[in-house]
Design a protein around this ligand. Structure first.
Ligand SMILES: [Zn+2]
Length: 95
């Protein structure tokens, strides 16, 4: 395995460009230091978490839309759901 010299991301043997930063990859094997390995792992996990949270929130918004447009939700239910998702979103946005 080898790593992008620019951002440190692990690359596949077949990759020509880094999947993260787009830098052209040099085909020399380099061993990153232990901190870089761990930091890369954390970065990868954060990216996965971000993707998962995003898709979860998107489907929550769709549920609210379906609820009010098709499933006969009451106004109270609609606003309760909106408030819940809005506060989750605000936690991410303001900080
Ligand atoms: Zn890179």
């Amino acid at each position: 395995m080898f790593f992008c010299k620019h951002c440190g991301r692990e690359a596949e043997e077949a990759d020509i460009f880094c999947r993260k930063c787009g830098t052209k990859l040099a085909k020399t094997k380099a061993t990153p230091d232990e901190y870089t390995v761990i930091l890369n792992e954390l970065t990868g996990l954060v990216e996965d978490v971000t993707k998962n949270i995003r898709s979860e929130l998107i489907s929550q918004v769709s549920e609210i839309e379906e609820g009010i447009k098709k499933n006969g939700w009451t106004k109270q239910r609609f606003y309760a759901e909106v408030e819940e998702i809005r506060s989750r979103l605000n936690d991410f946005v303001h900080d």
